[in-house]
Design a protein around this ligand. Structure first.
Ligand code: ACO
Length: 324
């Protein structure tokens, strides 16, 4: 059976850099507080001409270029996002038009920060049943438009950006296994309603419901526990241990969540990739942006085992194993 293997990666970050000292001028906070609680020093903020689908399209073009494919070779475009610039059409359809992938079908998927991993699993299943398919999978977000910039609990955490991968069938490389989970009962610990909400419960209770709402300490606890469990389940299922992995690329939420994960699973420092200090939490885009960085630095060799893990709104979480 063919597996979804990487042919190329790409990413696109907005030009504007927002530093912690910029944030000190916007809300009552400090660089010290932000760095010690989150590890974040800077994040990118989308400006004019940097809509979600445009960032996604630029990341996609770089990934296609590395793959040696043209946009016309793409059969499916999947965009993982929680910040499409319209409810309809999908961001994926805008990307299709943007890059000229006229032979593809295209749609979005929403699994919050786990969107890219859900997309990898989905792409792998498409490729298993249609081995000649080229799949363009993108995680792309413009979260800055959905952040309350007066709320110091949330505005320090998030950033904008896009990462893309081109996947096609391989007998030896690619996605080997996934463990994905959701628990919709916990939705109100992390949510973002739409501005045109038809949900009277949220509108009456909290008129700021259209911005990112989060119970930080609860999210923290669940994120650590859930990602740890997902990784343990995946390794058990595949009869592997942390020693067998070349690298772990986690969702870049915040350094303290990642430190706890490292501590509980005893992951050596050199086996986990972290860039949250530069980009903050870019939700569905964080893993593909990190993956592109890893790939362009040639950190992995053929045959290496790479593990991704994530946690996000829904709640959704999971882990995916890939052979390089
Ligand atoms: N600057 C200064 N003080 C602040 C700030 C800020 N930016 N934000 C909150 N505080 C204050 C609070 O008001 C509180 O003050 P009080 O004691 O007077 O009430 C105090 O700091 C402590 O607040 P806590 O919420 O207890 O701080 P905590 O140590 O839990 O850190 C944080 C908060 C960073 C949000 C933490 O809970 C966390 O990392 N949660 C996970 C959140 C996350 O990563 N969400 C991303 C989405 S989900 C995902 O991607 C996995």
């Amino acid at each position: 059976m063919k597996h979804a293997a990487l042919l190329g990666t790409g990413s696109c970050l907005p030009r504007r850099i927002l530093t912690n000292s910029d944030l000190e001028k916007m809300v009552e906070t400090s660089d010290d507080w932000i760095v010690s609680r989150t590890g974040i020093r800077t994040r990118r903020i989308a400006g004019k001409g940097e809509d979600n689908f445009r960032l996604a399209g630029r990341a996609a073009k770089k990934a296609l270029n590395m793959a040696g494919l043209s946009a016309a070779d793409v059969d499916l475009i999947l965009v993982a996002t929680i910040t499409p610039h319209m409810m309809m059409p999908s961001c994926a359809c805008f990307v299709q038009a943007e890059i000229g992938a006229e032979n593809a079908f295209a749609y979005d998927l929403n699994a919050a920060c786990s969107g890219f991993l859900y997309g990898l699993d989905l792409a792998d299943k498409y490729i298993a049943s249609q081995p000649d398919m080229n799949v363009l999978l993108i995680g792309s977000e413009t979260l800055s438009a959905r952040i309350n910039w007066q709320d110091r609990n949330t505005c320090i955490l998030f950033g904008d950006g896009a990462g893309a991968v081109v996947l096609s069938g391989s007998d030896t490389r690619g996605v080997q296994a996934s463990c994905l989970y959701s628990d919709g009962r916990l939705w109100n610990l992390l949510y973002m309603d739409s501005p045109e909400s038809l949900n009277p419960e949220i509108k009456q209770k909290d008129r700021r419901g259209c911005y990112m709402q989060m119970s930080g300490p609860d999210v923290f606890k669940f994120a650590v526990r859930s990602m740890e469990q997902a990784i343990r389940n995946l390794l058990r299922k595949e009869n592997l241990s942390i020693d067998d992995l070349a690298l772990v690329i986690p969702h870049q939420a915040n350094i303290r969540i990642l430190n706890k994960l490292v501590e509980r699973l005893v992951i050596p420092e050199e086996k986990i990739f972290i860039n949250v200090e530069r980009y903050g939490n870019t939700s569905a885009a964080s893993i593909p942006i990190a993956l592109d960085e890893v790939n362009r630095k040639n950190r992995l060799q053929r045959g290496d085992k790479l593990l991704f893990c994530s946690f996000g709104g829904g709640f959704t979480w999971g882990a995916v194993l890939m052979q390089w």
